[in-house]
Design a protein around this ligand. Structure first.
Ligand code: HDE
Length: 711
């Protein structure tokens, strides 16, 4: 921990909620110098001069020309003119949160990294989730990969785990990244589409580059439309190395498993949300943290001993491959809890700078050629995005560990380095700062001594040659519903492709090699002939399916934090409504009372019941389930088109639709077919059935019946 004299940094852990955190907070807050609070302060210029009039510029007379000497207005407008910085070239749309990581135990046999040794140690983290394609102001619920980047502020320096919510990537070699990104980004002539991949250049590229097949099927699956940032898995994607104190290395793949379950939107919901609440994911995360429903993930690793490197039917260095969890299970290492929202979006979420090259002793890279390129790219991009090489001094990026070295000057230098020798070795400043030799603990960073004996060549390893078997494994591991969603996603996206030869190439040369039935179904929806055979021999895997890949097997531990709409209208039975709210709150469900308008409604016994919003203001797509409150209010709701639409839409989106006894007749009149998620009753049993249905996330058995309901 740096002393007060050393470069100060802001606290990563304000707010307290656990005893451990309280301790850490006290320590960290003593270093706080940059978080600014204007409460009780005078309005001043950047030079500290108090401002008397912030309404009028300095003019020659009340109707006269403005005067150049108005330094107050000039300073204000000049600063404003330069408020924007370039957005990230990819992952521009994002949202961040603070939290902490805590190891489950001592993982000394695996790594010497200090933050993975002590269950008592709290390591502050900052996480940024993002979409990839869209610009900073684009919608949250588009079909896209999500970034899942975690900065661990460890005592030994910052470790950035810059991952995604999918475990593989589109390309195998970093040299293809600009091509891939240019293809997926909006097309250059008209900058369309924003935030999506349903356009010619994307499908042109991926249909010509079969190594993308595995990642593309993930992107066409429900994983690309997560319900919430809280309900996403995270993956480090590349194989990394962990190194213990004896210098023994293991290959690892990093996984983040959400306690909230791995849940997705339906495509119709995702599209509607993109319009009704562009900030849907951002808001959901913010509100969950504000209401104390702190999202939690378990960090785990799949471990492969160095000796087993070549035991698989794929190459561990190939980032288009997973290690199926059935072959190598995930070993849990610790947990991450997100419990504090940023104070300032720009200062924290926008300025945070991740880099896969930020690692600490005990962690190292592999020769994955995609990872190797990333090690260069991230720092490079920060230099133009954040305006120079001193971006590590921006408060959100400052390590908790001290960072003395001879690097100096450059744009925006903040630290005032004392001493005269900005070089090493020196005999002027007592030789400081000095190197630390590597050691079992607390030593200097030492790269893993991998022996390399090779020719310098531009060549793809033959072991990277199979592009389809794992895409097939993925498809065959899906439930029938998930498979249908994949068929629909390919059909939707390819349906937006104008050039028929691109559609046909994707169907015949990619999908047919993954699964002929998949290809035939997509072909039928595009009006193309069904391919009779694939174009390559796809190796047969011993594993026919990997249940770990299906979201149906990850529904979450509880319904904590799920969202329920309670529909009310004048005449509602207040006591029943109250009982329901209490029962759901006991399960930490977020419940919103919705009325025909935002005005309070009158209860049957003449009281008023406050509502959180109108049904139009918070539509059914924003909820996991709906309950219609009993009493005479149901009659009023029946005649309200918005309420009818609310119920039908929730039903169509396979959500539990329930209500007190009076609601049953309404549901019947709407022709809603009985199923395990359509419930009515006033007793505790009905509420229990409702919470159980929420726990299953969707009423999948309803999928066929729901098709008949208008969207
Ligand atoms: Fe990135 N990526 N990437 N990427 N990436 C960036 O860095 C890049 C890749 C990922 O919330 C950029 O600071 C290259 C894989 C996330 O700030 C840039 C290659 C994975 C984020 C960049 C990849 C990722 C980025 C843009 C192929 C999953 C957002 C702004 C060699 C494991 C981090 C920035 C945040 C951001 C380059 C491939 C994840 C341009 C060259 C694979 C989560 O440097």
């Amino acid at each position: 921990m740096p002393s007060k004299k050393e470069a100060p940094r802001e606290s990563q852990l304000a707010g307290t909620d656990t005893p451990d955190r309280a301790n850490t907070n006290a320590k960290l807050q003593s270093l706080e110098t940059v978080r600014s609070d204007a409460t009780g302060q005078a309005l001043r210029t950047n030079q500290g001069v108090k401002i008397a009039d912030n309404q009028n510029s300095l003019k020659a007379g009340p109707r006269g020309p403005s005067l150049l000497e108005d330094f107050i207005m000039r300073e204000k407008i000049t600063h404003f003119d330069h408020e924007r910085i370039p957005e990230r070239i990819v992952h521009a749309r994002g949202t961040g949160a603070h939290g902490y990581f805590q190891s489950y135990g001592k993982h000394a046999e695996l790594t010497k990294a200090g933050f993975l040794q002590d269950p008592e140690k709290i390591t502050p983290v900052f996480v940024r989730f993002s979409t990839v394609q869209g610009p900073r102001g684009s919608g949250d619920t588009v079909r896209d990969v999500r970034g899942f980047a975690v900065k661990f502020f460890t005592d030994e320096g910052n470790f950035d785990l810059v991952g995604n919510n999918m475990p593989v990537f589109f390309i195998q070699d970093a040299i293809k990244f600009p091509d891939f990104v240019h293809a997926v980004k909006p097309e250059p002539h008209n900058e369309i589409p924003t935030g999506g991949s349903a356009h010619d250049t994307f499908w042109d590229f991926v249909s010509l580059v079969p190594e993308s097949a595995h990642m593309v099927i993930w992107a066409m699956s429900d994983r690309a439309i997560p319900k919430s940032l809280r309900t996403m898995e995270g993956f480090g994607v590349h194989t990394f190395r962990l190194i213990n104190a004896e210098g023994v290395a293991s290959f690892v793949k990093f996984h983040w498993k959400p306690k909230q379950g791995v849940l997705s939107l339906l495509w119709d919901e995702a599209q509607k949300l993109a319009g009704k609440d562009t900030d849907y994911h951002r808001r959901d995360l913010w509100e969950a943290i504000e209401t104390g429903n702190y999202p939690e993930w378990e960090l785990g690793v799949q471990i492969v001993p160095e000796a087993d490197e070549h035991k698989f039917d794929f190459d561990l260095l190939d980032p288009t491959k997973i290690i199926p969890e059935e072959l190598v299970p995930v070993t849990p290492l610790g947990k991450m809890v997100l419990n504090r929202n940023p104070d300032n979006f720009f200062a924290e979420t926008e300025q945070v700078a991740f880099c896969p090259g930020h690692i600490v002793p005990g962690i190292d890279f592999t020769n994955d050629p995609l990872l190797q390129g990333r090690l260069f790219s991230y720092t490079d991009t920060q230099i133009s995005r954040l305006g120079g090489p001193n971006f590590h001094e921006i408060p959100i990026n400052r390590p908790l560990a001290p960072n003395h070295n001879g690097q100096r000057d450059a744009m925006h230098r903040v630290t005032i380095d004392k001493g005269r020798a900005a070089y090493e070795p020196n005999s002027i400043d007592g030789g400081w700062p000095k190197e630390t030799p590597p050691a079992a603990q607390d030593g200097g960073f030492e790269s893993y001594q991998e022996r390399i004996d090779a020719h310098k060549i531009r060549q793809r390893s033959e072991s990277f040659g199979d592009h389809f078997s794992q895409a097939r494994l993925f498809f065959h591991s899906m439930s029938p519903s998930e498979q249908e969603h994949i068929v629909n996603a390919y059909s939707f996206e390819l349906g937006k492709v104008e050039r028929e030869h691109i559609r046909a190439r994707q169907v015949n040369e990619i999908l047919a090699n993954i699964d002929l039935e998949l290809a035939a179904k997509v072909a039928a929806k595009l009006g193309l002939p069904a391919p009779k055979a694939g174009t390559v021999d796809v190796p047969k895997l011993s594993l026919k399916a990997s249940p770990a890949l299906s979201q149906m097997n990850h529904l979450g531990e509880s319904i904590k934090g799920r969202k329920v709409a309670l529909l009310v209208a004048d005449g509602v039975d207040g006591a029943l409504a109250d009982k329901l709210v209490k029962a759901l709150e006991a399960e930490s469900v977020q419940i919103k009372v919705l009325g025909p308008t935002s005005a309070p409604v009158k209860t049957a016994d003449g009281k008023t019941l406050a509502v959180d919003a109108s049904m139009e203001g918070l539509p059914s797509v924003a909820f996991d389930a709906v309950w219609v409150a009993g009493g005479k209010g149901v009659e009023a709701l029946k005649g309200d088109g918005v309420a009818v639409h609310f119920i039908l839409e929730a039903y169509k989106h396979l959500k539990p639709v329930a209500g007190h006894a009076e609601a049953k007749a309404w549901f019947d009149s709407l022709n809603l077919k009985a199923d395990s998620g359509l419930l009515a009753g006033n007793d505790a049993k009905a509420i229990k059935a409702f919470t159980q249905a929420i726990g299953k996330h969707r009423v999948w058995e309803r999928e066929a019946a729901a098709k008949a309901v208008p969207a």
